[in-house]
Design a protein. Structure first.
Length: 161
């Protein structure tokens, strides 16, 4: 038995999904910063990260292909400060979330040490397409690179014979 999730011949074209699952499982298991994921509705989610001590200038949110990446880096402003005890470290982080195809980022805001990021999935349109069945083989062959080569055409000139 192979270690593939979508090894069944019934799953066609899901290789990219398997790659995303592998990427998600390899992401760091670091629990910092702590976060919540809320389902606001059937098509909306909110990710909330606890980022106390970070300002908006210390935080960066990017979408890299199908990944939402949140980075935080605090600037150390130690001029004239003498710590008798330092229990709050200026710690940097990077947190990544793999987004499903079609997920859009609605916006982000920082409020009382919590960074909120809203995500939504537009309602998909229902597509139904009828496939005609013909006699014999008339389907276009598929090349090794997945493209459909142009079919050869026969040109007849109709005229005086």
């Amino acid at each position: 038995m192979s270690g593939r999730v979508f090894g069944s011949p019934m799953f066609l074209g899901f290789d990219h999904l398997e790659t995303m699952l592998e990427r998600a499982s390899k992401s760091s298991g670091d629990g910092y910063p702590p976060y919540n994921i809320e389902q606001l509705s059937s098509s909306a989610l909110r990710i909330t990260l606890a980022v106390a001590g970070f300002t908006m200038e210390d935080l960066q949110i990017t979408q890299e292909d199908n990944q939402l990446v949140i980075r935080g880096r605090q600037s150390e402003d130690l001029q004239g400060r003498i710590f008798l005890h330092r229990g709050i470290a200026a710690r940097q982080f990077q947190k990544s979330f793999v987004l499903a195809e079609g997920i859009d980022i609605g916006g982000a805001w920082l409020d009382n040490g919590l960074l909120h990021i809203d995500l939504f999935r537009p309602e998909p349109e229902v597509r139904v397409r009828r496939i005609d069945i013909t006699k014999g083989r008339v389907t276009k062959p598929v090349a090794n690179d997945g493209s459909i080569p142009a079919s050869p055409r026969t040109v007849r000139t109709i005229g005086d014979e």
